[in-house]
Structures are given as C-alpha cells and as structure tokens.
Design a protein around this ligand. Sequence first.
Ligand SMILES: [Zn+2]
Ligand SMILES: [Zn+2]
Length: 367
Amino acid sequence: MATVRDLYEILGVSRDASAGEIRAAYRKLARELHPDVNADPADQERFKEVTGAYEILSDPAKRRRYDEFGAAGPQGAPFGDIQDLFDMFFGGGFGGRSRGPRSRTRRGEDLRVAVRLPFAGSVFGERREIEVEHLATCGRCGGNGAEPGTSPIACRTCGGAGEVQSVRRSIFGTVMTSAPCVACGGTGEEIPDRCETCFGEGRVRSTGTVAFDVPAGVVDGMDLRVAGRGNAGIAGGPAGDLIVGVEVEPSEAFERTGQDLHGVLDVSITQAALGASVEVETLDGPERIRIEPGTESGTVLRLRGKGVPHLQRRGRGDLYVTLHIVAPRDLSKEERSLLERLAELRGDPGGENGAAPRGLRKPEYRS
Ligand SMILES: [Zn+2]
Ligand SMILES: [Zn+2]
C-alpha cells in the first residue's frame, strides 16, 4: 500500500488552517486536477488524494480523530474514507479499477418437473423419457439475437463501455458520476437488427424429449438432477439443469421402511396347524416359503435380499412377511361338522357347554 502523506501537506495548508482556508485550498486543487479536465493518471491519483484529504479535514469530528491518531488511526479510518469517497464519486469505475461492460452471458435457468413412478420402478430403477417445454437457443440467430448476416454492435449510447458518465457540480466543484447504461442494460452491446424469430432474446420456447435413468432404490419426494437439460444459456452461457421431483405410487402389497419391505400373508388355520409350503409374490417374482406346523399368528419370516437396493452402495434390504392366521367365516356344513368333531376331540369349550372360567395371561410383545 502506498504511504499515506500528511493530509495537511496534500492540501498545502498549515495544521491550524481554518475551515475556510481548507475549503479554498481544496477548490483550487480540485479545479486543476479534476479528471474531467485532466487525463494524466498521476494527476487523477493526486485528485483522489486531495479529495480524500478534504473529506476528512472538512469534517470537524474526522479532523479531530486524524489529528489524534494520524492516517493509520483506529480502523485505519482516514485512508478508508478516501477510498469510500472516491468510490462514491466514481462508482469504483475510475483509477484503473474500471468494471467495463457487464457480460450478457448468463447461465440458463433450472427447470422443475415431476415424474410419477410405479412402486416397482422405484425399487429397481427405470429409464424415463419425458417431454419438457424449455427455452432453447434460437436456431435462426444462433443465440446472439441478431438477424442472420448482421451482428450485435457496440452500444451507441455508451460506446460499448456499459456505463454512462455524467459531470455535475457539487460543493467540491464538478464531479463525475457513472451509472450503468440504460440503453444496453450495461452490456455495452446493441442489436440493430433483431432476429425475427426470437426478437433479440436469443432463445425460443421449444419442446424436447429428455431421457434419464431413475436409480434403483429412489425414495418418494427425492429430486434428481439432469445436468444441462434446463433452459439454454444466454449469449453462450451454459444451460441450466432439469430438476426431476420423484413421486412414488404406493404399493398395495408392501410397506417400505428404509431399504426393507414389509407385507402380510394370510394363513389358514389348517396351514398354521399342519404346516405348509406356499409361494408368495415378491418384487422378484414368486418365492416359496415354509410355514412350520404350529405357527402362531404374528410370526414374521425374513426373506433376505428381497427388499429395496441401496442407492449409493451394493446390496438390498430384506422382505419381512408377517403371517396372519385367518379364522374361516364361510364354513360349509361338512367343514363345520369336521371342526366340531375336532373341538370335541380337543376338549375345547364352545357353544352352550360352558366349562369352568379360563385363566388369562399377560400379552407377549414381539419386536
Ligand atoms: Zn434468434
Ligand atoms: Zn450502452
């Protein structure tokens, strides 16, 4: 950082100069050094110094603080003030820190769509193709917004600088301010012959097919990002992304918790009593399971690896089948007499022949 000279020295006044003397000294110097009348970079630098010195010495509080602490005082305040003031006048656009025109190039916007997946599709993944309406680069002008054979030119209002400078009078003398050019939106470019298709936008509405893979194990409510399939960029900028919100249709057969699936299998009283080998429908097709003789309602069987694949790693969750023993409600005459015979054989109390009251026991809870 350049050494900061003594502020009184910069203005050429003595340390006990009056407010009037300081103002007069500043006005004289500002007239000589103002960038509007003086293009020499050294003088522009000096103008900056003079203005900053005046800003501090003309303010009694700042002058007192400067007298007390000097330029490198608390928070290095005076030097910061010089910069702030300079920025205020020139919008940071002077003294070799020019911003230049703002580029027209912009990234395209992201787009959001929703897809609905069948339950099995969410488990195993799916390739999907969807129609998406988006803004595509205009084919007629190639995105630059100008009619074929013509091209954008430097803005005639700002000369391509992207900002317009104006000089106004203030208590400091004349000062120059700069503001973004309204004619070109600060881009420094103007399109004299606008493209007939996109009217200079460089993009047109279009419908296209986007294909993407839904990964196996995807969860309801998850967002998938398809890179580069959103709106086209502006003036050569990159395209935005397509965000696909996934909705999974609930399954009639399975409840999903994490990567595991849960289902209930109805078992008859005879299957539960005698045991059976039955086939159940899993997402991978029929699977044979064994019901042991004497199975109780609520028994849970685990089918390893028949659950949902992990999204980020190998392997799958399990399928848990809860056995639910169903009492028959549609007994034929013959079935009824068979069951009555069984009840008799087992000595089960039933109907009218109430025996001694039965004892209860505490419920058993399964995890
Ligand atoms: Zn066009
Ligand atoms: Zn302009």
